[in-house]
Write a protein that binds this ligand. Structure first.
Ligand SMILES: [Zn+2]
Length: 136
């Protein structure tokens, strides 16, 4: 029997992104300002290319004020078609919240954004005829 893994829930994906950031804080090469992304959906277009949806997490630290660490979670969809006329849904983010906000609440807030990105990806896949990039 072939084992087919079920895709992870986007809330778990986002929780893992925040965990990964928190783990690296305090390390020698830790970074306060950066972003992480993880694929949460993949679609085949009618042209044979791939559209991906991603969960995004943007981390910052207010350097002038209270030095509070924040996270903003979001989503985006991107078409990899070679020459696609409209390859990006754009990025949409939830308002930044303190990094120590309950992870589950943060992760749940991203769901409507991921749903919007998925709907964009699905609709795009149904009409995009740009081909898969084959290396040249
Ligand atoms: Zn496309």
């Amino acid at each position: 029997m072939v084992y087919t893994p079920a895709p992870p829930d986007p809330t778990d994906v986002v929780t893992d992104l925040i965990d990964a950031h928190v783990r690296q804080l305090g390390g020698q090469y830790s970074s306060e300002h950066y972003r992480l992304a993880e694929v949460v959906g993949r679609y085949t277009t009618v042209g044979g290319a791939t559209v991906e949806t991603k969960a995004l997490a943007k981390f910052e630290r207010n350097v002038l004020g209270d030095r509070q660490r924040t996270v903003a979670v979001g989503a985006a969809a991107q078409c990899m078609g070679h020459g696609c006329a409209d390859p990006s849904s754009g990025e949409s983010f939830v308002e930044p919240v303190p990094l120590d906000t309950n992870r589950h609440d943060v992760a749940t807030a991203v769901l409507p954004h991921i749903q919007t990105a998925r709907e964009w990806a699905q609709a795009h896949a149904e009409r995009c005829r740009a081909q898969r990039y084959a290396g040249r």
